[in-house]
Each structure stands twice: as C-alpha cells, then as structure tokens.
Design a protein around this ligand. Sequence first.
Ligand SMILES: Cc1cc2nc3c(=O)[nH]c(=O)nc-3n(C[C@H](O)[C@H](O)[C@H](O)COP(=O)(O)OP(=O)(O)OC[C@H]3O[C@@H](n4cnc5c(N)ncnc54)[C@H](O)[C@@H]3O)c2cc1C
Length: 382
Amino acid sequence: MTRIQELLAENERLAKELFAPRADEVDRSRSFPRKNIKELGQAGLLGLTVPVEFGGAGGNIGDAAQALEALGQACASTAMVTLMHYCGTAVIAAKGSNALKQSFLPIIARGGHLTTLAFSEAGSGGHFYMPVSEVTRNGEGLRLRSQKTFVTSAGEADSYVVSTRKANASGPTDLDLYLVKAGTPGFEVGKPFEGMGLAGNASAPMKLDDVELRDEDRLGPQGTGFQTMMEVVLPNFQVGVAAVSLGIAGTALQFSTAHVTGRKYEHAGGISLAAIPRVQFLTAEMALELRSARAYLAETIRRAGTGDPEVMLDILGIKARAAEAALAVASRAMTLGGGAAYGRRGGLERVFRDAQAASVMAPTTDVLKEFLGKACLGVPLF
Ligand SMILES: Cc1cc2nc3c(=O)[nH]c(=O)nc-3n(C[C@H](O)[C@H](O)[C@H](O)COP(=O)(O)OP(=O)(O)OC[C@H]3O[C@@H](n4cnc5c(N)ncnc54)[C@H](O)[C@@H]3O)c2cc1C
C-alpha cells in the first residue's frame, strides 16, 4: 500500500468507527468536532494534500474527494471543516511565499494547524469573488477592515485565508488573498450562525477591524487573488463539496434501504415495505441519483488532472449536480423512512438537514447554473 492508500484506509476506519457514532452528539450539542479533527491530525490526514517536500502525503484532488466522501457519510460537520482546511491548504501550497510555506505547511502536515477560508461577506453574499472590503496602505504596512460572514471553523481555526479588494482596486474582482493568524489584534468572531444543518462546523461572522497585514502574508502577487480563487480554490472547493454531498446522500440511501427492508407489516402477513413495487421504483431512483452523480464526480476528477480547458464546465457542474442529488435522495429517504426518519432520534433527520447546505453554499446551485449556461452559450461569465 502507498502512504496515501494507508491514509485513506485510516480515514475510512476513523469515519466509520469513531466519527459516525459521535455525529448525533456533535449535531445535538452544536459543538465543534474538536476530537475528530485532532484524530484526523494525529493520523496525518490534515496533511493529506500537503506536498511531500513539506512533510505531507502529497495527495491530489481525487484523494481529498475520497477522504471527504467518507467523512461526509459519517459526520458532515467534520467533513465541512476538513474540506475548508484542504481548500486553505491548497492556497498556501500554491501561492504562499517560500517563508510562508515553511512556516505553515510542515505544521499542517503534522496535524498541529487547522486553516479555513474567510471569503464570504454580507455585502456580496453568494458572489464571494467580489468582496467589498478593501485594504489600505499605511506607510509600509497594510490595514484591513472587513466583515466576513458564514466562516467555517470561525474561532476554531489557527489561520484564515482572507479575501479583500486590493488597495486602490481597479474593479470588483481586483483582489488579494492574505493569510491571517488567529489572535491577530483587531480580529473578532461574532455570534454563531446556527445553521439548520452542519451544526458543528462553527459557522460564524468575523470582523477584521483595522487588522495590520504584511506584504509577506499575501498569497500570490498583488492583484492575483481572483485568479487564485478560480484556479486553485474553485476546483478544490467544488469537487470537495460534491464529495461531501455524495457522502451525505449515501448515508440517506443506506438509512432508507435498511428501513424499508426491516419494516414489516403484521396486518399484511409480515410483508416488508421493500416488497412494494412503488418503494422499489423510488429506491431505484435514489440509487440512480447517487450513482450518476458519483460517476460525474469521478469523470470530473479524472479530467481535472489532464489540463483539459473544458473541465471548467464540469467543475461548475459537479457541485450543482451533487448538491441536487443529496437533496433528492435525502428528501425521498425522509418520505420512505416515515416516522422513524421524521423523529429526532432516528438520525436521518440530521442527514436531511445536512443535505441542504451545499445548495446555498457559494457558488449556489442557481448561480452555478447561470455560469454553466453562459459558458455553454459563449457568453462571458463576468
Ligand atoms: C454550511 C455553510 C458553510 C459555509 N462556509 C463558508 C466558509 O468557510 N467560508 C466562506 O467564505 N463562506 C462560507 N459559507 C458562505 C457561503 O459560501 C455563501 O456565501 C453563503 O451561503 C451565501 O449566502 P447569502 O445568504 O449571502 O446568499 P445571497 O447572495 O443572499 O443569495 C440568496 C439566493 O439568491 C440567489 N442568487 C443570487 N444571485 C443570483 C443570480 N445571479 N442568479 C440566480 N440566483 C441568484 C442565490 O442562488 C441564493 O439562492 C458557508 C455557507 C454555509 C451554508
């Protein structure tokens, strides 16, 4: 077995044996899955995608997707925190200066550092690639005032990849990305967002009030933040959310299958729900949703490694497709699961709530379809 295969096998073991049994408690208490993240770190899984030269496993986007699907199946909050960490890590590895990479990547690889993305702002909502905050140059230094929103791992992460308009920006996508360490003066975490699903992902707004930034903390040359979002963040995020969504859908289908095969009717001679043709038909539809979205994800990952420019259409499409599959499968599982699914103790109700997140996470399904439609028609995206 290669190191990556060993890590992925360990990820699956942790997900099944430890994280799945803890998922209801994480949800009920709305607590950050600190123990799970610590165990992922100790196993080397927070460093799955860190380049080998910095002590990581050098995993690619497909390896990350495999890990995230297994985590999504077990505990969607843990999966979301890990996904945002992988996205932040990808930006540091691709665009950090040598000094920044040396300071952050080895500790990430050792499991001692959690990072995340702080892109969304109330001022631009789902259009996260057009932040309204702007840095100002103050002599040698830079100052940032920004109101971030919905940040995963807010107050829990050790660093944040923050987006802002460049000083004296020439337009709404003239951006920079900076790595800001937790505890930097002027940095404040607001009241938790309390989303209906992913209750443990510590989603909250963040205020950066006159935070001092250094040029050395910028990820990439000035004015290249938008390009980094499109070339580095978008593929990792889209594929990762799709994988988490398919993990969630897989759990919903498993729940439904177990329920309809186990539910027997005494009044009808002990037949199970699974013997009813309409239930068989609906189960087939759920399985087709999941299997076709999984095949599309695998094809997107395969093409992402070929440098094919057309793959951008699939990178846009896969998150929309997988988010819709998660909604469809979880919703159908709720119906077929009857009272057992509807009740809080059954576990499916949590999965159904978790399944809602991907559609509203930016780029939302509707915005992705607008982009995809424009791309198909040759209309400029921006
Ligand atoms: C669980 C979760 C975790 C998140 N984690 C992070 C994180 O770690 N970091 C981070 O930066 N952000 C994060 N976000 C924020 C997220 O990416 C979005 O920015 C946020 O969900 C958008 O919410 P909004 O209410 O501002 O959307 P709005 O912009 O108000 O959009 C509302 C609706 O309008 C629709 N809409 C808008 N424009 C168009 C259009 N042109 N065509 C059609 N429909 C349109 C949208 O599709 C959406 O359905 C997270 C969100 C969630 C739910």
